[in-house]
Write a protein of this length. Structure first.
Length: 480
């Protein structure tokens, strides 16, 4: 791809602003300070990549600080293995301390309360930009100064649309969510044993997208007919945005597991169970829903799982422009945040534009590589996008510090993977409409995720553990 220098432009008239409570960074003459907000796929992998890069000028090697509210990185595509309890916490959610031990990356645990650019510029259109570093403020009162900032806070399950869903339904986005769901499944199993086989048990999964279908399949396999699993899907049916072959494989698994699918059923409220509920499961809740133009119906469930929508974790108070439709942070193809010369956005929190030119509003005249021929509209909110963007974000920070071209992100789709059970999965290959399912797909999914683990040390520990588990399973399930 030919590399061209982006034309520089004179910045429009600007006015310096000093937000209330802002503290100008103290004079600093040390190595560049790169602060990364969020320790998911985008944030953690960017930190590791920056640490692994070769820096010809040792003085340009940055001090990298990763900030996250949790103590563990969560490999979200494998949270389902914690729900069916076929893996341990350390396998799916290793601590940042363990992962970063072999590196020079610093880790700070805390909730970010604000981001304050040191040279905030207010443009005539009312938006705010910056050309230098700034300060990240934590709720603990601590502050972390940065010269370069990478925002990778991601998204979480949305619970704001349907009343009561936050209080009475269980999502699957964090380690704590997985633990709650696993505990709720144990409660259902215990209630089945104490109540006898005639006691009817019901689990609801709200949301017929990929995550909802995966969760319904995993739960149905775990409960083995002890409870009816009901999947609420939109009028478009299950997984409307997924490859056809994957939808067929999922439908086959759901039917075989006895999952009841309510197509066109829309949940309107989730509340405490009715007075008549006597199931004895602490997670029990009632779901009110409508079908078509029909009257609202309310039913009790032993567990209600929530798999509907995502919300951006970047607060409105952070001084970054937003995409009007998604509320995600607006960024260029190079992942640089619009109007902010030293801020990049990675993963689900970013909405990339098609404008690959230099940022005229800040007058930044850095070299920018010419855009790739392939264009895209909206990137999927998946781990593989964040995983790939981490390489570009790290490279573009390196390039910025080394006076090299910034590379525009080009997404390379490598297929879609979903889990359907302990030894069942569906993998849509990136070529044509080919889809693998069953045990072979489950092995391929495991191998791919093993490869994507963040460090060689964790990869080796996992490989050893999985080989031992496989040997135990073969010995238990094999012929006498």
């Amino acid at each position: 791809t030919p590399i061209t220098r982006a034309a520089s432009a004179s910045p429009p008239e600007t006015t310096s602003t000093s937000p209330a409570g802002a503290r100008a960074p103290a004079p600093y003459a040390g190595p560049p300070r790169v602060v990364i907000l969020g320790g998911g796929f985008g944030g953690l992998y960017t930190a590791l990549k920056l640490d692994a890069l070769t820096w010809p000028d040792a003085s340009k090697r940055p001090i990298v600080t990763l900030i996250d509210r949790a103590e563990r990185f969560v490999f979200k595509p494998m949270l389902y293995e914690l729900v069916n309890e076929t893996m341990s916490d350390w396998e799916v959610a290793p601590t940042f301390e363990d992962l970063l031990k072999p590196t020079a990356v610093r880790y700070t645990r805390g909730d970010v309360s604000g981001v304050i650019p040191g040279d905030a510029l207010e443009f005539k259109d009312g938006t705010v930009g910056s050309t230098g570093g700034g300060v990240v403020e934590l709720e603990s009162g601590e502050s972390v100064e940065y010269d370069w900032l990478i925002v990778a806070v991601g998204t979480a399950t949305s619970d704001a649309v349907v009343p009561g869903s936050k209080d009475h339904a269980i999502p699957l986005s964090t380690l704590e969510d997985a633990r709650r769901l696993a505990g709720a499944m144990r409660d259902v199993e215990a209630a089945c044993e104490s109540g006898g086989s005639t006691t009817k048990r019901d689990v609801a999964v709200i949301g017929g997208g990929l995550s909802g279908v995966e969760l319904a399949g995993v739960i149905a396999e775990r409960l083995k007919g002890k409870a009816t699993v009901t999947l609420f899907a939109s009028e478009a049916g299950i997984m409307p945005g997924s490859p056809p072959g994957q939808r067929v494989a999922a439908r086959k698994t759901l039917d075989a597991a006895g999952v009841a699918t309510r197509v066109g059923a829309r949940a309107t409220a989730v509340n405490e169970p009715s007075d008549s509920y006597a199931g004895g499961v602490s997670a029990a809740a009632s779901v009110t829903y409508t079908e078509g133009d029909g009257e609202p119906t309310t039913e009790d469930y032993d567990v209600v799982c929530w798999a509907v929508g995502q919300r951006v974790e970047s607060p409105e108070s952070w001084p970054f422009p937003r995409d009007g439709r998604t509320n995600k942070i607006a960024a260029e193809k190079t992942l640089r945040v619009t109007g902010h010369a030293r801020v990049f956005a990675v993963g689900d929190v970013a909405r990339l534009s098609d404008d690959s030119s230099s940022d005229a509003r800040t007058g930044n005249d850095a070299y920018v590589a010419s855009p790739p021929p392939a264009r895209f509209d909206v990137l999927p909110a998946t781990a593989q996008v964040a995983f790939q963007q981490a390489d570009y974000a790290a490279w573009n920070v390196w390039s910025s510090l080394s006076s090299r071209p910034l590379l525009p992100f080009k997404y390379q789709h490598i297929g879609d993977m979903m889990v359907l059970g302990k030894t069942d999965a569906a993998v849509a290959l990136p070529v044509g409409d080919a889809t693998l399912d069953g045990p072979v797909a489950a092995l391929l999914r495991r191998a791919a995720y093993l490869y994507r683990m963040p460090t060689n040390e964790h990869r080796a520990k996992l490989a050893t553990s999985w080989l031992e588990q496989g040997a135990e399973f073969a010995a238990k399930e094999g012929p006498e």
